[in-house]
Design a protein around this ligand. Structure first.
Ligand code: P6P
Length: 333
């Protein structure tokens, strides 16, 4: 007997009291939007959706056509339901208020509509990352500062990876569940529950081309991995780098590993490349809910109090013992 996403969410609402009906509706709507995005991504060249849109986003990155399509799909799917007060996206400079013609809800939805854009045109896995916060009590209306909450305040987080399968991965604070899209039925079916990340690993993910720019503790950690059996780690390591955080994190949730996008000397004023609010925070909660760890090499990512909506952060996440080792090397430095 298969369990659909809808049934899983009803159970989370009814049996475990983990989520209220309005959050269940929000997650159903986000999942439906991900199905639409998957459909557009899968068309590729045939849908005329590849290539650049020729405009830059707030990150100073040239937007792909699919970045804009995915962003519009998520906005249009979520604005009318009455469950949201506002949305924030990697692709939009400022927050998006739910139009007055629709009822306002108590949730804030943040997303990177299509992460890994550099992979879109070369047919490598990409994904949508989303995070849900509650609008602070009592605040009249909604503004950007309502979004500036530490990651530990999230009430739901997840991603949808558009790869050989389209898989939605979700936590509402009761562990991590994975749902694979059944294209014949058009529904997400539960395929993994209570996902666990092994505490040790032999696989690291980092962009090695940046090696000369890394800080000493990162250099030490990777050098030891590269020394393999003959080195201080006493075992050989393998390396993966898909340059699509969703795909790299999905591999780690599925078989363990450590993912690192650390601070480096190329842009020393930036704490890292990845964004805190709609990349690092949702991924960190998923990883912790699966028994892993996530730090910025110094502190738990979910404890970081954000200062700006699009602020960046250094990311070290995955198998608990490896993350702790990297964090320890930084504290010893
Ligand atoms: P680099 C994709 O653009 C992204 O934001 C993450 O998904 C990915 O992990 C990282 O950047 C890749 O960065 O510098 O290796 O291209």
């Amino acid at each position: 007997m298969t369990i659909s996403l809808s049934r899983y969410l009803v159970e989370q609402q009814r049996a475990k009291g983990h989520i209220p009906p309005s959050l269940r509706l929000l997650l159903e709507v986000v999942a439906r939007a991900c199905k639409s995005i998957s459909h557009a991504v899968n068309k590729g060249e045939l849908g005329g959706v590849l290539g650049s849109a020729g405009i830059e986003n707030v990150q100073g990155e040239v937007q792909k056509k699919l970045d804009i399509i995915a962003n519009e799909v998520l906005i249009e799917a979520n604005e009318w339901g009455g469950h949201l007060a506002a949305m924030a996206s990697e692709e939009m400079d400022s927050i998006y208020l739910v139009p007055n013609r629709y009822p306002q809800g108590e949730y804030l939805l943040l997303f990177d509509p299509l992460d890994g854009s550099s992979n879109i045109d070369v047919n490598v896995s990409i994904g949508t990352i989303f995070s849900v916060l509650k609008k602070p009590e009592g605040s009249e209306g909604v503004s950007e500062k309502d979004f500036l909450q530490a990651g530990k305040q999230q009430v739901a987080a997840g991603y949808c990876v558009y790869g050989p399968q389209t898989t939605l991965v979700l936590t509402v604070g009761d562990g991590v569940a994975m749902f694979t899209l059944d294209r014949e039925q058009g529904s997400f079916v539960l395929t993994h529950e209570n996902v666990r990340i092994p505490e040790d690993t032999k696989e690291f993910a980092i962009n090695m081309s940046n090696m000369r720019h890394w800080d000493a503790p990162v250099r030490r950690y990777i050098d030891e991995c590269l020394q393999g059996k003959e080195g201080p780690r006493g075992k050989d390591f393998n390396m993966r780098w898909i340059a699509s955080m969703v795909a790299d994190v999905h591999r780690i949730l599925t078989r363990g590993g450590i993912f690192m996008y650390p601070w480096d000397k190329r842009e020393p004023h930036k704490p890292g490349k990845l964004r805190l609010m709609y990349e690092a925070n949702p991924m960190s909660w998923l990883v912790e809910q699966a028994g892993g760890a996530a730090t910025n090499a110094k502190q738990r990512i979910l404890d970081i109090e954000p200062g700006q909506l699009h602020e960046r952060v250094s990311v070290v996440l995955g198998s608990k013992n490896e993350v702790e080792r990297v964090t320890r090397y930084h504290s010893e430095n």
